[in-house]
Design a protein around this ligand. Structure first.
Ligand SMILES: [Zn+2]
Length: 378
């Protein structure tokens, strides 16, 4: 099958809702230029804005043990953010969520960062039996986002732990320089606990005992408006270049790079480099490389060259799949069966989209009445 590809980035019609203008430039490129770029400050204005944020964070944390919280996965973005926070004189509580898939390299990197910066590290270990049952439920469901169990555990752990410790500021390594483009049609939100519970109810085998979730109400109203928690993405206020960041991490803390994107989690690595492209024809490298193109960190020719590289080395895939089977305690035949089951969309199961649309419409009406925009998401 032939796919039409954007003439500026490398997004193509594997995103079923992509549109192109007469020059063949896609809606993602337009969205970046017309909307996203206004929220991205890799310049002097960014330094000024970030300095003001820093003052607020420090003021809010006065007299407290910590002034912010950082979720550290061991990936480049959050690792770089952690060493920058140290340079800015922040006192973060560093939290790591261990959902059972950490690679040894990720653990070594986290330890090196925490030691260098003198941080307190809180590791939240997710109940493995809960994780296992959720993973198997999602695999049986055949939905595209298999990372929900890990991602949701990470955010729920972070929010709950921040509130418990009276911390108002969450610093996130999320950034527009490397991840501004993502096709919404590819999968639902990992924050959607209604969807998670519905999928687990249908395909899980046991009750979840200790798995923490975060509700729509908590995420959109309780934490931001009642608890006054703010999520800040500092990397959007500086010229964040991933290659440079990696170099700096290597030089400062002896950080060791992962041979493949998302090498910090064996499951994510398999899910993104095998499950998604083979079962769903979704290659996550495309939105990632497109993000780098629009933010000026890569040329389109370089990105196309990268896409020519194989997603997985056959021998490495074999090793990883055997590991996944062993860890999930299932046979190879059962595992291979997951690649062939019927595909479902997340919206085939109960989800929070109705609440979300209601909240968005209400926000519009309220904004009209009070004459200014209000934020319902970060
Ligand atoms: Zn494009």
């Amino acid at each position: 099958m032939n796919y039409q590809c954007c003439t500026r980035c490398v997004m193509d019609t594997t995103d079923p809702t992509i549109t192109f203008d007469v020059q063949g430039v896609c809606n993602h490129c337009h969205q970046f230029e017309e909307v996203t770029r206004k929220r991205w400050f890799p310049n002097a204005e960014g330094s000024r804005l970030w300095a003001a944020h820093l003052e607020k964070i420090k003021a809010a944390g006065k007299g407290q043990e910590y002034d912010c919280i950082i979720g550290l996965s061991g990936g480049v973005d959050s690792s770089y953010l952690a060493i920058k926070a140290h340079e800015w004189g922040l006192r973060p509580l560093v939290m790591h969520v261990d959902a059972g898939w950490n690679s040894e390299l990720a653990v070594a990197n986290i330890e090196a960062i925490v030691k260098h910066c003198g941080y307190d590290l809180h590791t939240h270990v997710v109940d493995w039996e809960d994780m296992r049952d959720l993973h198997l439920a999602y695999l049986r469901a055949g939905v595209s986002n298999q990372d929900v169990a890990q991602d949701h555990a990470f955010f729920a752990g972070l929010y709950h732990f921040a509130t418990k410790n009276g911390i108002k500021h969450i610093l996130s390594g999320g950034n527009l320089a490397t991840e501004s483009i993502f096709p919404a049609s590819w999968h639902g939100s990992a924050m959607d606990a209604i969807n998670l519970k519905a999928i687990h109810k249908k395909y899980g085998e046991r009750k979840l005992k200790n798995y923490q979730t975060i509700s729509f109400f908590e995420y959109y109203f309780w934490y931001p408006f009642v608890k006054k928690m703010r999520v800040l993405r500092p990397l959007n206020f500086m010229p964040y270049d991933k290659e440079q960041a990696l170099k700096e991490l290597q030089e400062t803390v002896g950080y060791k790079p992962y041979p493949r994107k998302h090498g910090e989690s064996v499951f994510t690595k398999w899910f993104q480099n095998h499950y998604l492209p083979v079962k769903f024809n979704m290659d996550k490298r495309r939105p990632h490389l497109s993000s780098l193109i629009v933010s000026g960190q890569m040329t389109r020719a370089e990105a196309l060259h990268k896409l020519d590289e194989p997603l997985y080395d056959a021998a490495e895939l074999e090793i990883d799949v055997n590991y996944l089977c062993k860890k999930l305690r299932i046979s190879r035949a059962e595992f291979d069966g997951f690649m062939k089951t019927k595909v479902h969309d997340y919206s085939d199961f109960a989800n929070w989209d109705g609440y979300y649309n209601f909240a968005r419409n209400t926000k519009r009406v309220v904004a009209k009445i009070i004459g200014r925009d209000i934020k319902i998401s970060y």
